[in-house]
Design a protein around this ligand. Structure first.
Ligand code: ATP
Length: 251
């Protein structure tokens, strides 16, 4: 789109548009923790994101089923984004009765009018290292920028050596000379808390505190709801034993 003075609507700063820069941060979030928050903040500040959608996955294709229900995982993400301007919990993947593939999620954003160059898929370096196994690879690289942030033991800059074919697309923010059609892989070497959802679930199962590993609101939700006290997906330690499925609605 052009302005009356003939200049492009998009204003380039360090080669990047200053209009919409939409972060898409998918994860199991079982539960969301401080490492996730650090990751989101690192991407937000390095790339000046204007919006960051946190999208809990429905049935993660390469992972076992989450322990907490979709409802609780969405509730915890909602609690974590409250008070963070520009951050939003999205139920885009949970509303679909299908596995969550990033390619499908990106398609939904494109259908809503977002150009690939406006999208930044936010991801930890450990997860991005597996990109060659993703659906619709390598085409998926053209459908969004990637904002890849270091995780303890997985420095983002090491990805150049690990994925040499992708190295020419990798850049450190801020960068110059982006055309609007380019999609790049931004490597962000910022510190993130050395915590995982697995740690938190295991601590809860052992009866250990999780203070400081998750936001206070998330901690309160986990404790009030008795989450992660059973290792059976969707169940809590206080739940009565399961009844036979026969006779129940929806089996
Ligand atoms: P789990 O322990 O259940 O495997 P997780 O802690 O790895 O879970 P996910 O929800 O699977 O969390 O991760 C979503 C995204 O967040 C992934 O891209 C992952 O690389 C990233 N991530 C998770 N924890 C951290 C962390 N501590 N530092 C940086 N990135 C992280």
């Amino acid at each position: 789109m052009e302005r009356p003075d003939g200049r492009a609507r998009f204003v380039y700063t360090q080669g990047m548009t200053t209009d919409r820069r939409i972060g898409i941060f998918g994860g199991t979030f079982d539960p969301i923790h401080c490492g996730h928050i650090d990751l989101g903040r690192a991407a937000e500040s390095a790339l000046a994101l204007t919006r960051l959608f946190l999208i809990p996955a429905n049935v993660p294709p390469h992972r076992p089923q989450p322990l907490a229900s979709s409802y609780h995982r969405f509730a915890m993400v909602s609690l974590a984004v409250a008070g963070r301007p520009g951050w939003r919990a999205s139920d885009l993947e949970l509303r679909r009765d299908a596995p969550s593939y990033t390619a499908a999620t990106l398609k939904r954003f494109h259908e809503r009018g977002y150009a690939p160059s406006e999208l930044f898929f936010v991801i930890g370096a450990d997860a991005f290292a597996e990109i060659e196994a993703w659906r619709e690879y390598p085409d998926i690289l053209d459908r969004t920028h990637f904002a890849v942030v270091s995780r303890t033991g997985y420095p983002a800059p090491d990805l150049r050596a690990r994925l040499p074919l992708l190295a020419p697309r990798m850049a450190r923010p801020p960068v110059g000379h982006l055309t609007r059609l380019d999609t790049l892989i931004f490597l962000i070497d910022a510190p993130t808390a050395d915590v995982s959802s697995t740690d938190i679930r295991e601590r809860r199962a052992r009866g250990q505190p999780i203070t400081g590993l998750v936001d206070l609101g998330v901690q309160q939700h986990i404790e009030q709801q008795g989450l992660y006290t059973s290792m059976i997906p969707g169940r809590r330690g206080s739940d009565p034993p399961p009844r036979p499925a026969a006779g129940r609605l929806n089996g």
